[in-house]
Design a binder for this molecule. Structure first.
Ligand code: PMP
Length: 295
């Protein structure tokens, strides 16, 4: 699904075939989840292949390495260049890109010396598809921000997302919604959440959530489009009085919600701000907007 015999990845400072790459069974990332990664997309645009928000993604990767005390020497510029080269070598334009920084061999619970950068890419459709999602509130909360760096994309943090997804998928739902430790709505297992109420969009503020790059892009697009948007905490009961809701994320892009638990969102999706933003976001990543945002 992710690679074939010809697929190249960047690993250990060079481009190698994915099928020939291997990593240590004593690695700290494997044992304890001490690694950092990114999820990035590139798009085929009229001006060639464009990696969307490469700078923001690679800055977040470097931030993660820094707070986790993982040695990591690549600059944002080097990472971006390597990624363009990898796409070209794999003959890919519309791609999902997965850089990961894995730590060295160490069975102790302090950061290992050294790290390796792996960059992989493959063709991947919208993670959650295009149809409206049936969402369930998970019994798992997002982690207490005092227990980890919630804004760092650390491999080990994703156990929380896996627990929530497993729970709701087994119950027949498409995706999980997680609350924070204060019982406010936080986010989906791999995307941020917005709700629309009486023409205004609300999204939880930073603090207990991943500071999504798509979320930030959507907020800027709202400002350009004159759509009122506020960063504000809201509860699950408030979400269940909303007119409509949607998720945002690099892999998911913008995708609407049909329901949360037993509550069906009443607004016709096509008339919602979410639907408009879904189209505008697509134009933005494809470089089709007149007033394109930076990058
Ligand atoms: N929340 C979580 C938990 C995520 O894993 C992601 C994906 N990185 C997001 C939100 C959305 O972030 P972004 O828009 O930067 O992809």
């Amino acid at each position: 699904m992710y690679y074939n015999d010809e697929t190249l990845i960047f690993y250990n400072g060079q481009f190698v075939k994915a099928k020939d790459a291997s990593t240590s069974v004593y690695g700290q990332t494997l044992h304890y989840g001490n690694g950092v990664f990114e999820g990035i997309r590139s798009y085929k645009t009229s001006e060639g292949t464009k990696i969307f928000k490469a700078k923001e993604h690679y800055e977040r990767l470097k931030f993660g390495a820094e707070v986790m005390d993982i040695e990591f020497k690549y600059s944002v510029e080097e990472l971006t260049e390597l990624t363009y080269e990898l796409l070209e070598r794999n003959n890919l334009a519309d791609a999902y890109i997965r850089p990961i920084v894995v730590t060295g061999e160490n069975m102790g619970v302090f950061s290992a010396k050294g790290s390796e950068l792996i960059i992989q890419c493959w063709e991947w459709g919208k993670l959650m598809g295009d149809k409206l999602l049936k969402v369930k509130t998970s019994r798992f909360q997002r982690p207490n921000p005092k227990s980890c760096f919630v804004e760092a994309k650390v491999t080990g943090h994703y156990i929380n997302s896996i627990l929530a997804s497993n729970e709701v998928k087994k119950a027949g739902y498409d995706e999980a919604l997680l609350l924070d430790m204060n019982n406010n709505v936080a986010e989906c297992s791999g995307a941020n959440v917005f709700m629309e109420k009486e023409g205004v969009l609300y999204t939880p503020p930073r603090g207990h959530i991943m500071a999504g790059i798509t979320r930030a892009t959507v907020i800027e697009l709202c400002q350009e489009e004159g759509i009122p948007v506020e960063e504000k905490h809201f509860t699950i009961d408030e979400l269940k009085q909303a007119d409509s809701a949607f998720f945002t994320g690099t892999a998911a892009e913008v995708v609407g919600l049909q329901s949360i638990d037993e509550y069906q969102f009443p607004q016709a999706w096509e008339q919602s701000h979410g639907s408009k933003l879904m189209k505008v976001y697509k134009e933005e990543v494809l470089g089709l907007r007149k007033h394109c945002l930076t990058n």
